[in-house]
Design a binder for this molecule. Structure first.
Ligand code: PAF
Length: 280
C-alpha cells in the first residue's frame, strides 16, 4: 500500500492509475478504523479498480466544546488495517496540507438548508466543516467514486447535494450501516462508552425498530416520535432528536407511510450517538 502525506505524490499516483484506465475509489475517514470502515473499503473495491482511503481528523467540523482533542488518533494501526484489507493507498495529510491558509481563514463550502436542521442544529457549523474538507479531499484525490456510510445519514445527504451542486464528476455510493450483534451501529465514539453505557447503547437501534413498527402499525408520526423519545429517556439518554423525516430529510405529512427515515441522536453521559433506519 502506498502512503502519502503530501499532495504531489498522491496526485502523481492517481494520475498514473487513470492513465492506465483504472477507476479510482475513495473512502474518506477520520481514522480509528473499525469493521464499519473496512466495509466501506470493500464496497469501494466493488466500484473501482484502485482504492484510496484518507485519514484526517478534521478540526473544522468539531465545535468548540466537542471531542476534537480526545478524538482517537491511531494512524499506525489504521495503516496496518488498511494494508491488510488490500487498500491501495492511504492519504494522511497534515492540517497545513488541508488548510494552507490555516483554519479560521479557509475558503468554506456551505450547503444550504439541510445543514441547519437535526445534527446541524445541535452542532452548529459541523456540516460546513464536513462539506469544506470533503470538497478539498475530492479535489486532492480526484476519485471517480466515493463511498460514505449510511450511518451518517445527514452527512450523506449533504455530500450528495454538494457533489450535484458543484458538479464534481464523482459517483457517491452509500454503504449500509455495520452493527454489533446487539444492534449498536459501529462508531469510533463507541469506545468512549463505559461498560454500563455500552449495555444501554443498543436501545437506540431497538428504538428505531420500534419506530418502524409504529409507522407500519398506522400510528401517527408524532405519536411514534413521542414514544421513541420516552423510551430513550427512560433508558437514561439525553435525546437531541428522535424523528421521522422524508428520505430527503424534509418534514413529512403525517399520513405519509413511504419514503421515510427514522433518525436518532442521543447522548449517554459524555458520548453522543447517532443512528437511523430507512422505514420502507
Ligand atoms: O464521516 C467522517 O468520518 C467525516 O465526517 C469525513 C467524511 C471523513 C469528513 O471529515
Amino acid at each position: 500500500m502506498f502512503t502519502f502525506t503530501d499532495l504531489p505524490e498522491l496526485r502523481a499516483r492517481v494520475r498514473a492509475w487513470k492513465i492506465e484506465g483504472l477507476r479510482v475509489g475513495f473512502v474518506p475517514t477520520m481514522g480509528n478504523l473499525h469493521a464499519g470502515h473496512m466495509a466501506l473499503i470493500d464496497l469501494a473495491r466493488e466500484h473501482a479498480d484502485r482504492v484510496v482511503a484518507s485519514v484526517f481528523v478534521n478540526p473544522t467540523q468539531f465545535g468548540p466544546n466537542e471531542d476534537f482533542s480526545r478524538y482517537p488518533r491511531t494512524l499506525d494501526a489504521d495503516a496496518a488495517g488498511l494494508a491488510a484489507h488490500d487498500c491501495d493507498a492511504l492519504f494522511a495529510p497534515t492540517v497545513a496540507t488541508m488548510y494552507p491558509y490555516g483554519t479560521g481563514n479557509e475558503v468554506k463550502v456551505q450547503v444550504p438548508d439541510i445543514t441547519t436542521i437535526l445534527d446541524g442544529a445541535h452542532r452548529p457549523g459541523h456540516f460546513d466543516g464536513v462539506a469544506t474538507v470533503v470538497a478539498r479531499l475530492f479535489n486532492m484525490v480526484q476519485p471517480d467514486v466515493a463511498v460514505f456510510g449510511q450511518k451518517d445519514y445527514q452527512q450523506l445527504q449533504v455530500i450528495s447535494r454538494l457533489v450535484r451542486d458543484l458538479a464534481f464528476p464523482i459517483e457517491i455510493v452509500a454503504a449500509p450501516t455495520v452493527r454489533a450483534d446487539d444492534g449498536l451501529a459501529l462508531s469510533s465514539r463507541n469506545q468512549y462508552l463505559s461498560p454500563a453505557e455500552r449495555e444501554v447503547a443498543p436501545t437506540i437501534h431497538a428504538t428505531l425498530l420500534s419506530m418502524r413498527e409504529g409507522v407500519r402499525g398506522g400510528r401517527t408520526l408524532a405519536a411514534v416520535e413521542a414514544a421513541a423519545t420516552a423510551r430513550l429517556v427512560a433508558a437514561g439518554f439525553a435525546v437531541d432528536y428522535a424523528t421521522i423525516r422524508r428520505a430527503d430529510l424534509g418534514a413529512p405529512a403525517d399520513h405519509t407511510r413511504t419514503g421515510l427515515v427514522a433518525l436518532i441522536a442521543a447522548r449517554l453521559g459524555n458520548t453522543r450517538l447517532i443512528d437511523n433506519l430507512l422505514l420502507d
